[in-house]
Design a protein around this ligand. Structure first.
Ligand SMILES: [Zn+2]
Ligand SMILES: [Zn+2]
Length: 142
């Protein structure tokens, strides 16, 4: 099962293979900022399921003020679309911005993260797993 997508200007194109591990809508304030929207939605894949076909990606590393772990946003330097991101908390996993798929409706959201900071008009759909804070595994203490 192959799906393709890319950024707004078309410079970056990618292909995914198979189903993602999960599709998470994140309502944390950092995702509200980075998207300029009310929440971010990512399809999380094993890194080897995602193949970049063309284009360059710039990266920005953000550190969570809560977990202090990094998130690396990968975006098209031309049009600014955030195409992928990776997380310290999920090694070997790459998230794909749901809205960048050519057919963004082929997947359904399975999780709501950081629901406590969701906008008051946002309601979790039936069957979605809801997390008041992070849906990620807790940091491991050395
Ligand atoms: Zn672009
Ligand atoms: Zn978030």
């Amino acid at each position: 099962m192959l799906h393709e997508g890319g950024c707004v200007c078309g410079a970056v194109r990618y292909r995914t293979e198979g189903l993602p591990l999960r599709v998470t809508a994140c309502h944390c304030t950092a995702c509200q900022k980075r998207t300029g929207s009310a929440f971010g939605v990512g399809a999380y894949y094993k890194a080897e399921q995602v193949q970049k076909l063309r284009g360059e990606l710039a990266t920005y590393e953000h550190r969570s003020d809560e977990s202090h772990r990094w998130l690396r946003f990968e975006f098209c330097p031309k049009c600014g679309t955030q195409v992928f991101w990776t997380l310290e908390a999920l090694p070997g996993v790459r998230a794909v911005g749901l809205g960048t798929f050519d057919d963004p409706k082929w997947l359904k959201v399975t999780r709501f993260g950081w629901y406590r900071s969701a906008h008051p008009w946002v309601k979790a759909p039936d069957g979605v797993e809801v997390f008041e804070t992070s849906s990620l595994p807790p940091p491991t203490r050395p």
